[in-house]
Design a protein around this ligand. Sequence first.
Ligand SMILES: *[C@@H]1O[C@H](CO)[C@@H](O)[C@H](O)[C@H]1NC(C)=O
Length: 418
Amino acid sequence: MASSSSSSSSSLHFLIFFFLAFASAVFLSESNQPLFKPDNLLLPARKDGATNLHMASIRKRNPQTLLQFLIDLNGRFLWVNCDQNYVSSTYHGPSCYSAQCSRANSDQHCYTCSFKVRPGCHNSTCALMSVNPVSHQSAMGELAQDVLSIQSIRDESNPGPIVTVPHFLFVCAPSRLLQIGLPEYVQGVAGLGHISIALPTQLASHFGFKPKFALCFTSSFKHPGFIFFGDAPSYMFPGIDVSRQMRYTPLMISRLGEYYIDVRSMRINQKTVPLTTTPYTVLERSIYQSFTQFFTDQLSHISQIPPVAPFSVCYDSRKFPNTIAGPGVPKIDDLVLGDQSVVWTIFGANSMVQAQPGVLCLGFLDGGLHTRDSIVIGAYQLEDNLVDFDLYDSRLGFSSSLLFQRTSCANFNSKPTP
Ligand SMILES: *[C@@H]1O[C@H](CO)[C@@H](O)[C@H](O)[C@H]1NC(C)=O
């Protein structure tokens, strides 16, 4: 963050350099570990059976506690319930107008709390608004710092040591914010949006790697997928080179740090489209209607059966052959991206949802008439795709279905230590 300055301050620079060198020497002798600077970090990401949302397991606090967080691709930071059972010797609430509050963009508001002092309840800390992306409820909370620990990866695929960010910034939100739309075991929301205190930004700046992360959402309820921080993995188990499959399109960031890609095609007609972690892709009504019309026309020889909510186009699953990439239904080439030569093809595994045993439904939802965005790409359509958010070069990479490569998001090469 140091700004450029004239040569007269070179001695000051030297002092700062000296202090940093000294501080890291102390750190080394205290931790008694050889210096290890990871280029990649890994978080396991599980799919929740009840909600079809994807959850990350994150180690926080001192002593280390493993907590479950909803992954919110466009979330602005990590927030957690501190009302109950927050035990940690390293919790700190920076005071308002501090550098941390300014970094978190909350320098205008000082937090007050009328209850007993505890993590999440102090006067004159700084306040930030947390949002539950499922229920859209929001609440004020206290900006806080505590230890975050995470699995590092060596040489792209072998697990390295667990590394820590000692002063990771997050928000303590009231527990009522978790009560609607989230499974009971979830303790908070991990925001992956593009702002200074979001999880990917803090990890990249702390460890000094490029601001990049890759998502690989699993379709399995048994085997986790992953979020990979740093350069996207080139290989997936068993030694499959996925880097050759990656196609890239420009990635755009909204004022609020949300991710958008440009979709052009005859039916969708040049719209910027956000990627989200809502369970299914949501289409504005007119797009939904022409999209489902086009899809059902191609399947006109197969009769539809009564739909299972929230879907409206469903078939008897016995009518479709099984293929390597899910039910053999017409593939969807609708997502023509960027310069028109980049097509994200959606196959049966990402278009058809088993809504009940024996019932397959088209996994896209009608968003109604007045949607903020005409298309919102949901997590189901991203499953078993490696999706690379390259914020260094402002581009989004996607592999299309890994199932065709005979691998999946549950097949990351590395076996994280339990
Ligand atoms: C914050 O200040 C108010 C008013 O002085 C006081 O009643 C309250 O107990 C304080 N809260 C904490 C957490 O110290």
